[in-house]
Structures are given as C-alpha cells and as structure tokens.
Ligand binder design. Structure first.
Ligand SMILES: [Zn+2]
Length: 253
C-alpha cells in the first residue's frame, strides 16, 4: 500500500486538479520520486539539480542548498504553460460553456461557484479572445478579463462597446455594503473576489487607479470605515491620495 499520490487536503484547488500534470512535468525535468518527495529538481535560483518538493503537494519547489541558495519557487514560475492556454486546455462546449473561464478563475485561487460570471468573446484586431465576463448593476455593458492575450493586444480588460459611460462614479461589489465592517477599495473585480474569499474582507473595485467612484461613496453611510488599497505602483499611490481627498470632502473620517 502506498498513499503517495493521495491528496492530503480535501479542497479542490486548481493545483490539485492539475496535480498529475505538475508531477509529470517535474519528472520530465529530471525529478525522482523518493518516498514522499520529488527530488533532484533543477533549482530556479542556482540552477543545480538539488531542489525538492512534496509528492502530495508539488506547488513549491525548495532548493536544498540552504546556506548557498535556499530559493523557494512556485510551480507557476517553473511551469507557466500549465497556467495559461485556457481555451485550448479547457475548451468550452455546449455542455460546459464556461469551462475556460472557470479554469482560469480556479487558477487564481477563486471558487467560481460563489459568484456570477460568464464566458465571453472579445473581438479585436481580427482576434477572437476568450474572456471572463462580469455584469454590473448600473449598465448592460459587461466588464471582460481577457484570457490568452495575443501579441499586439494592449491591457487585460475591456468594457463592452456601447453608448454612455461604462463605470464613471461606480464601484463593483458582490452585494450590499455592511456599514459595521471595514470596506477595502481595490482596483479590479478579481481582486475583490480574492480579498473576499481569501481574507474574508468586504471589498469593492474602483476599476482603475485613476477613477474615483464618487456616486458609490455618496451611497455609503458616513460612518463606514474605508481602506483604500489600490495597487502599489505610482498610479495606485496617486489614486489612493485622490480617493482619500474625495472621501474627506464627502464627510468620511
Ligand atoms: Zn538553489
């Protein structure tokens, strides 16, 4: 009897789903299974074949040269091909029209059963790009996260093309805001979902660092605790200042 290839944890994460593909790839790199470990793996830091990982959970590759290297590398960095090509690897069908979108969301550590989304197609420069699409409450236009982005396509997100503003003044949430809980303002829809599901925090998306969701802020109780947590790049820092200024003007503490 061997329990080697048995999952140690019950939750069905994306890396659990691709467990056999990860193992196969690590063995193709020269990895050797020895009891509970895959050893003799090439280290992403020093290049020596002295890294190892666990058979049950091969998501982190650890260099055994503790004093000279000791690099830990996530499987995503070593096998990026297992974290892309969603449309090819998880083709949608009539029976399962959201297969590609679902696999992508799971790869981001999200449980897609807990929120509404669609799989869409975005046409640009002759490409038909598969997307994860989200509806918003204030317009029939949907927000798209592009998957498998071809060369020559700028950015990762789009709004359906139609007359009128897409999100001016608004912020995206999964439901009503609970004024007794702090509210985290982040930039993207997928970040809102990560913060909610991963950290159990209440969050809303501004859609961009430059955008101030004033109508949304106006709808909130003035006692609402708001934490502006935009991206740490320059645009995010500037946007954080502008949001905080606006909140002050509107009467928030
Ligand atoms: Zn190393």
């Amino acid at each position: 009897m061997s329990a080697k290839a048995t999952m140690s944890h019950g939750n069905d994460t994306y890396t659990d789903q691709i467990h056999s593909e990860i193992t196969e790839y690590l063995l193709s790199l020269g990895g050797k299974i020895s009891n509970d470990y895959i050893q003799k793996l090439p280290c992403d830091g020093c290049g020596k074949n002295e890294a190892w990982t666990k058979v049950v959970d091969p998501t982190v590759i650890i260099c055994n040269r503790k004093n000279n290297c000791g690099t830990n590398t996530h499987i995503k960095a070593i096998a990026p091909h297992l974290f892309t090509n969603w449309t090819k690897r998880y083709p949608s069908s009539k029976a399962d029209p959201k297969a590609s979108a679902r696999a992508y969301l799971q790869s981001r550590g999200l449980d897609p059963n807990k929120f509404e989304y669609e799989q869409g197609t975005w046409k640009e420069r002759g490409h038909h790009i598969t997307t994860v699409a989200f509806s918003v409450r204030w317009t029939s236009k949907r927000w798209h996260r592009l998957l498998d982005i071809p060369k020559g396509i700028e950015g990762k997100t789009r709004w359906d093309k139609a007359e009128g503003d897409s999100y001016q003044g608004h912020a995206w949430t999964t439901g009503e805001i609970d004024p007794s809980q702090p509210l985290w303002m982040v930039e993207g829809i997928l970040e809102v979902l990560s913060v909610q599901q991963g950290l159990g925090l209440q969050a809303a998306a501004t859609f961009s660092a430059q955008h101030i969701p004033t109508k949304f802020y106006e709808s909130l109780d003035r006692s609402q605790e708001i934490i502006v947590a935009l991206n740490s790049d320059q645009a995010g820092q500037d946007g954080t200042h502008k949001n905080l200024e606006q909140l002050k003007k509107l009467g928030f503490n």
